[in-house]
Design a protein around this ligand. Structure first.
Ligand code: FRU
Length: 466
């Protein structure tokens, strides 16, 4: 099934449904060597409606196996986004190690419902006393649960219009309102959706801080949706933001990174995040047929301090290294190189040997003259991705774009992950993430590097083996 649909632009090493529509990742958790990814799924067509939870599993976060539909609509409504936890101590009474999911029932109003699984996430039984959380707010959704050890309580964070609300529970069934966050913080040009809240280490210190993720649509820096986040403190009751209210931080500076949330119970204290790789501005119109939309690659998170603020570091998950095949081209400096792009899936590693004051412009091109250019402007401290000539941009006027990220410090190694219909520019150290979809008429197979003013690069292109 997962390999069956070889529609031309369907990604080779990114998760996507073989048919039907997909949006947000939901209920991601890890148990006994297996990562579970649920997702907003319309099994009946490739446009948004009839929301179900689809289900895929993987041992390495890259090769996904379709597991069919996990949760379907009922009298309370269709099944919107939510989360799942591994209830090791049987706090809910559904069984030790049961998987407990909370999702939004989208009916006449939006309420939160539970479903549980005693076969490791394959099939779910709906709790017979749903809904478990209600409120008098029209946009009230996307519950994300986690265990907070100091108070021995489950916490759920969910979006309520222009704020996030926190509730606590001892048994996953009875929830007590704790606090709200956000009315006066960050960006409010859209609806707040899909939150997450977690503790992360601050690199090069012995501190831990909390990060609250708030996906927002519209209001993103380049139009449509994006992922903002706040850093600060959490005491089991209340999240306190450490920044000034007007500070807005973005996790990814491309146009296609949304509904990003993390896995519950990941091994070795890892915080692994995946996002939906699309944008509500055009997600229903992208030029694929049997399926629509994919996820980003998995990324591991940490925090770092820079000039008085704390930012999130985003590292390509280590599993991605195993995908590297043979080097197709090596040690590329200034110049033009035609390479064998194979099926259009490869990784370009760009070592910035010295970055003086000019720009390094990295352009990918195909035989049709379609191109994406990526510009590191050392002096300006920015990295930009221009997809205005990337291929088909005609399906929606907001698709054509140049997205620009701030560079904090200097970049040393870029990892550019190219698949059939996406380009993710990630910094190996985690200080840059730019995710954009592209719809070229054939794979880009020419790499042009233009280094100004003594900038030096050594780029290597690796096959992706899958
Ligand atoms: C975000 C979102 C969620 C909602 C889901 C519905 O993309 O709008 O807020 O639960 O999609 O499919």
């Amino acid at each position: 099934f997962d390999k069956a649909n070889r529609e031309r632009l369907r990604p080779v090493y990114h998760h996507s449904p073989a048919y039907g529509w997909m949006n947000d990742p939901n209920g991601m958790f890890y148990k006994d060597g297996i990562y579970h990814l649920y997702y907003q799924f319309n099994p009946y067509g490739s446009q948004w409606e009839n929301m179900h939870w689809g289900h895929s599993t993987s041992r390495n976060l890259i090769d996904w196996t379709d597991e069919g539909i996990a949760i379907s609509p009922d009298a309370l409504g269709t099944v919107f986004s939510g989360s799942a936890v591994v209830d090791k101590n049987n706090t809910a009474g559904f069984g030790a190690g049961a998987i407990v999911a909370m999702y939004t029932s989208a009916g006449e109003s939006q309420t939160q419902s539970l479903a549980y699984s005693t076969d490791d996430g394959k099939t779910f039984v709906k709790y017979d006393r749903n809904p478990v959380i209600t409120a008098d707010v029209p946009d009230f959704r996307d519950p994300h649960m986690f265990w907070y050890e100091p108070t021995k309580r489950w916490i759920v964070i969910l979006a309520a219009g222009q704020e996030m609300r926190l509730y606590s529970s001892a048994n996953l069934k009875d929830w007590t309102y704790e606090s709200s966050f956000g009315q006066e913080y960050g960006n409010h040009e859209g609806v707040w959706e899909c939150p997450d809240l977690m503790q992360l280490p601050v690199r090069n210190t012995d501190k831990q801080k909390w990060m609250l993720i708030c996906n927002i649509n519209p209001g993103g820096p380049f139009g449509g949706n994006a992922t903002q986040y706040f850093t600060g403190y959490f005491d089991g009751h209340r999240f306190v933001c450490e920044s000034k209210p007007q500070v807005t931080k973005w996790m990814d500076y491309g146009k296609d990174h949304y509904a990003a949330v993390t896995f519950d119970n990941a091994p070795n204290n890892r915080r692994i995040i995946m996002a939906w790789m699309s944008n509500w501005q055009y997600a229903n119109q992208v030029p694929t047929k049997q399926y629509r939309n994919a996820n980003t690659l998995p990324r591991d998170l940490y925090l770092y301090e820079y000039q008085g603020e704390t930012y999130v570091g985003i590292i390509p998950s280590p599993e991605l290294l195993a995908l590297r095949g043979k080097a197709i081209a090596k040690n590329l400096g200034r110049g033009k190189k035609t390479f064998n792009a194979g099926n259009g899936a490869y990784e370009i590693v760009v070592e910035i040997k010295s970055a003086i004051n000019g720009r390094s412009i990295i352009t990918l091109q195909n035989g049709k003259g379609e191109a994406v250019s990526m510009t590191y402007d050392v002096k300006a401290g920015t990295f930009a991705v221009d997809r205005t000539k990337s291929g088909d941009t005609s399906f929606n006027e907001s698709f054509s774009s140049v997205t620009v990220a701030p560079v904090r410090g200097k970049l040393s190694t870029l990892r550019i992950f190219v698949d059939k219909s996406s380009i993710e520019v990630l910094d190996a150290e985690g200080r840059l993430a730019i995710t954009n979809t592209v719809f070229p008429s054939e794979p880009y197979n020419v790499l042009i590097i233009d280094n100004e003013k003594g900038n030096k690069t050594a780029a290597t292109i690796y096959n992706i083996t899958k």
